[in-house]
Ligand binder design. Structure first.
Ligand code: GUN
Ligand code: ZN
Length: 438
């Protein structure tokens, strides 16, 4: 097998959905595991001894017992244009958008700045072990080109779309119903299915789109049902009141999307914290996915997502940083925040559920669950290896761990990019990640 690599060490495997069945049955750790990578794909997963015997001539990369070979993290909701304003102080959603976000998104009107931010963003996420993101761009088509170009240069599987806004946004950050339709359609033709690129039709949220624009984008989605559609839903109470004023005839927030053709199985609804029972019923009926953004929900002060209740209804849920409303690029930090929100609701998540959410769960929400997010034969070789003793503080905790999951949990709660020991994208090891193979 020319150019094949056998990565050996403790390995994370999935046998099911840990929200639909017990986590012990769904998420497994092979302490002596191996994954065989060739030509961008996973050719085999099994025990290190058996695969090494079967493939004696391949390149070997071994990670010791304090490591975990995982799928690359999948971040199901981000705003790459907000990279440079992450961690901006003291505002809640609408003020935060007006004060920090819109001025920064305006700066990306400069195509060179957009390219620089797209590259900076993807380099940052790769060093954090994230190999796929679903990103909002700005209203400028060149901001979409910048991200897809940067992703193609790194061979990353990326979902992205032009953010559409034709009201309640400043001059220079508004399109129209017609230009949003035309530009989005041209971008779909240019990018959707090109290499590893996927297009998501992207109305920012109800307050910044006229009913005409929502309808135009609903019509575009009906023409291109193979695309995803991403937007925001019920993030803050003030926002929901505003939506009610703008759409007095709507039954609820979700109805403002449904009435314009923007509710469907390939729809992704970020945040979804303050849902009405009818909205939950409709989401469950349509198969639409929600995206939980825990560091954002605490940072902007939005509220506590009901992971246990919503997954119990069978609603697919992805996990996301929501950079830069979220306060981190790290999916480890994001899992920690999801755990903390679960604690505040009295329903703590197990480390196995958190790891699944950050990989296979997010991939499923993006309808990419048969390509990425799982280490299994035939999947694409997007891989992240965690060092479970990456700092003295974590290492001393791991010394006292009574099992592997206790060690994984310490890295979830306390880890950051220093815990990322290796990243492979489509089978290529990334130079940016520190090489700590032992
Ligand atoms: N709602 C509409 N736009 C945004 C955004 O950029 N970030 C967050 N967190 N919520 C939004
Ligand atoms: Zn968002």
């Amino acid at each position: 097998m020319a150019d094949a690599t056998l990565i050996t060490g403790p390995l994370l495997r999935f046998a099911g959905d840990p929200f639909a069945t017990s986590w012990e049955n769904a998420v497994l750790i092979d302490t002596d595991g191996a994954v065989l990578v060739e030509a961008g794909f996973i050719r085999a997963v099994g025990s290190a001894g058996a695969l090494a015997t079967a493939h004696p001539d391949v390149t070997r990369v071994h990670f010791g017992p304090d490591h975990l070979i995982c799928p690359g993290f999948v971040d199901a909701h981000v705003h790459y244009p907000q990279t440079a304003i992450i961690a901006s102080w003291g505002k809640r959603l609408i003020d935060w958008l007006n004060t920090y976000t819109f001025p920064e998104e305006m700066r990306l009107s400069d195509p060179d700045y957009a390219k620089a931010i797209a590259s900076r963003y993807l380099d940052l996420v790769l060093t954090h072990g994230t190999t796929t993101v679903a990103s909002y761009c700005t209203i400028e088509p060149h901001s979409v080109d910048a991200l897809f170009d940067a992703a193609a240069g790194r061979n990353m599987r990326i979902v992205a779309g032009k953010t559409c806004m034709d009201r309640n946004a400043p001059d220079g950050l508004r399109d129209t119903a017609q230009s949003a339709y035309d530009d989005s359609k041209a971008l779909i033709d240019r990018w959707h299915g090109t290499g590893r690129a996927h297009y998501a039709i992207t109305p920012r949220f109800t307050p910044t789109s006229t009913p005409d624009q929502l309808a135009a984008l609903g019509a575009l989605w009906a023409e291109r049902p193979d695309c995803l559609m991403q937007t925001h839903l019920s993030e803050q109470i003030d926002e929901i009141s505003w939506v009610r004023e703008l759409h007095p005839q709507a039954r609820d927030y979700l109805d403002t999307y449904e009435a314009h053709g923007l509710l469907g199985e390939r729809g992704l609804y970020g945040h979804a914290i303050h849902l009405e029972p009818r909205e939950i019923d409709r989401l469950a009926e349509t198969g639409a996915a929600l995206v939980h953004c825990p560091t954002s929900n605490t940072f902007i002060g939005s509220g506590l997502f009901d992971m246990t209740g919503l997954t119990a209804r069978g609603i697919p849920v992805g996990l996301a940083t929501d950079t830069g409303g979220g306060s981190s690029f790290s999916m480890l930090r994001t899992m920690a925040a999801a755990y903390e929100i679960g604690q505040l609701r009295g329903t703590p998540l197990h480390a196995a559920q958190l790891m699944w959410l950050a990989t296979a769960g997010s991939a499923r929400s993006l309808h990419l669950g048969d390509q990425i997010g799982t280490l299994a034969q035939g999947f694409e070789a997007d891989i992240c290896v965690l060092n479970l003793a990456s700092t003295p503080a974590i290492a001393q905790r791991v010394d006292q761990a009574s099992g592997f999951w206790e060690a994984v949990f310490a890295t979830i709660m306390m880890g950051d990019d220093r815990a990322v020991a290796g990243v492979w994208v489509a089978g290529e090891r990334q130079p940016a990640a520190s090489a700590t193979a032992i």
